[in-house]
Ligand binder design. Structure first.
Ligand code: SF4
Length: 200
């Protein structure tokens, strides 16, 4: 499968999640605090390279992929390189919100199955404690069948696009780097797509 098609399929998956996530947020009433980016400050975020392929492809089309690779090679911190801190401690903004990864889109508004097969909402303390009553009633509703996006289901769909790039979970900055390397390597011996006619 060519790289542009993979990018389109990952973006289609993101669009599906966007719709399902919006429905869940509407039915649950749960939501992030305005301007909060605390989940992105967690230093052990893991992601797959495939979920950042649209981001890397976009960078490549804008002529910024090589510079980004240099910057990532010089980055030794574990916090996501794309987090731009703001003045408030432990908060920040994603520098590439439109192209953020699958994990960034799922966290907070998706569930995992526990060892008994029950769904558990995976969210942050700000939501589970700050919106405690609602969080409890939504958790209860999920066990009774309220639809919620599920991490493993989405990652399985991602893996079907490219198992090699989708199944490998690595620290987020490594995932970013691998995605950029994948795009640069792919176009090192292929014609560069026309950005104006391309899918992005
Ligand atoms: S890509 Fe953006 S949303 Fe995802 S962890 Fe990094 S800063 Fe946060």
């Amino acid at each position: 499968m060519d790289l542009e098609l993979k990018v389109q399929l990952v973006e289609k998956l993101f669009a599906q999640l966007e719709e399902e996530g919006a429905q869940f947020q509407q039915s649950s009433g749960l939501g992030c605090a305005s301007g909060c980016g605390k989940c992105c400050t967690y230093p052990q975020i893991e992601a797959s390279p495939l979920e950042f392929l649209p981001w890397a492809f976009h960078l490549f089309l804008s002529g910024k992929a090589e510079n980004m690779l240099d910057a990532l090679n010089g980055e030794h911190g574990s916090t996501c390189f794309l987090l731009k801190p703001v003045s408030v401690v432990d908060q920040g903004h994603c520098d590439t919100y439109a192209y953020r990864g699958l994990i960034c889109r799922l966290f907070g508004f998706a569930a995992n199955r526990d060892k008994y097969g029950s769904m558990r909402l995976v969210t942050c303390k700000i939501i589970s404690e700050g919106q405690a009553a609602n969080y409890r009633s939504v958790s209860e509703a999920i066990t009774k069948g309220l639809y919620v996006p599920v991490f493993t289901d989405y990652y399985m769909q991602l893996n079907q696009i490219d198992f090699h790039l989708g199944n490998r979970m690595v620290p987020v900055n490594k995932a970013l780097k691998m995605a950029v390397e994948e795009v640069l390597h792919y176009y090192s011996y292929r014609p560069i797509p026309d950005a104006d006619k391309c899918c992005l």
